[in-house]
Design a protein around this ligand. Structure first.
Ligand code: GLY
Length: 359
């Protein structure tokens, strides 16, 4: 068993890295949360892991019920949150009760937001089952939902009481989802840990072969990068923005694709865009961009949004900027393992990059 702490003063919490769910009950006990627990999960993950998790939590003495919503980003809205509130009130959940978010990024964000707002905040725990959630979204307390077509626009920073990662849930993930999650994993190496990036590059076959030692190493390295950033800037007033490498191009591409491309696929194309932009700005050389694109492709990820209209992507980037009331900011590489945030509003330069990305 591996245990890593996210150090945030009185909001500190452990991340357990395990190979099954058998330690879930003791994690709950250790956190002193053995009252009432509602496991929130989606229709896909529920079929696979709900019963086991409920049994483990019950064995720790908790009184456990569940709320299952329809799988998919389309459920990440206030209607689903209201459904959760309804069940919480009907079952008289009180301030000492707990929500357990079992699933991928959508589940963690939704259930976390319900926990952050029900009775002005009750405890919640994260049990991430997708690579994207294990590597990124379950750690750091970002919760929220989509609203009026804008992703994650309603939400709260609200830290879980613990994160419980069972690395073997990756075995039941559709291959495309696994590849998509790898984009965030590669991103972590690129922003803060060149040695980790090399490890991923050299051990791709072990990751896809679900080698437990490799998966543990990857998970530990991911958690270390993520927790390091969150500890320094919990509420994204500065440094935390580096976790958005590839996201300025990526979010716009995701939206133009009508969400037919997965988040990680768009982040992958966005990372290629960020390296290409940095190259044009004289920040990195061609060899670095090529190495990064080769690694993303070796993970089975796209580095081009072939056939997409670059003007539409640009318009979407401007729309996103306006919706969030900010500037057109890009996380750009200085070298592998180090990035910086720059505002770039040179339309001609951005269009050059976009034209390369849609080839
Ligand atoms: N996924 C980016 C962050 O947690 O800040």
């Amino acid at each position: 068993m591996d245990k890593i702490y996210v150090e945030l003063g009185d909001r500190s919490y452990p991340i357990y890295i395990e190979a099954d769910f058998s330690g879930l009950g003791s994690a709950l006990k250790e956190a002193g949360l053995c009252g009432r627990v509602m496991v929130v999960t989606d229709s896909n993950v529920g079929r696979l892991y709900l019963e086991t998790c409920m049994n483990e939590l019950s064995s720790a003495g908790a009184q456990v019920c569940s709320h299952v919503f329809e799988a998919g980003e389309k459920s990440k809205n206030l209607d689903t949150v209201q459904d959760i509130y309804r069940q919480l009130t009907a079952q008289r959940f009180d301030r000492g009760s707990v929500i357990a978010a079992l699933g991928g990024g959508v589940t963690g964000d939704l259930a976390g937001f319900a926990a952050a707002t029900y009775m002005r905040g009750i405890s919640y725990v994260q049990i991430p089952t997708s690579l994207l959630a294990q590597a990124d979204s379950s750690i750091g307390g970002k919760t929220g939902v989509d609203f009026e077509g804008v992703k994650n626009i309603v939400g709260a920073f609200y830290q879980p009481r613990f994160v419980y990662i069972n690395i073997n849930t990756l075995r039941t993930l559709p291959l495309r989802e696994l590849r998509s999650g790898l984009a965030e994993v590669i991103k972590h190496g690129l922003i803060r840990d060149a040695g980790f990036f090399d490890y991923i590059r050299m051990n791709m076959h072990k990751i896809f072969g679900f080698d437990e030692t490799a998966l543990r190493h990857v998970t530990k390295s991911n958690c270390s990068v993520k927790k390091g950033v969150v500890e320094q800037d919990e509420k994204e007033s500065g440094l935390r923005a580096i976790l958005n490498l590839g996201h300025t191009f990526g979010h716009a591409i995701e939206s133009v694709s009508g969400f037919t491309l997965l988040h990680g696929e768009c982040v992958s194309i966005g990372i290629a865009g960020a390296f290409r932009l940095a190259q044009k700005m004289g920040m990195v050389g061609n060899a670095v961009t090529e190495e990064v694109e080769k690694t993303l492709e070796a993970a089975g990820l796209p580095v081009r949004a072939s056939g997409m209209d670059p003007q539409r992507i640009f318009a979407e980037m401007l729309h996103d900027k306006k919706a969030k009331g900010g500037k057109l900011n890009f996380v750009l590489p200085v070298r592998i393992g180090e990035v910086t945030v720059r505002t770039v509003e040179d339309e001609k330069l951005l269009m050059e990059v976009l034209k390369e990305l849609v080839r």
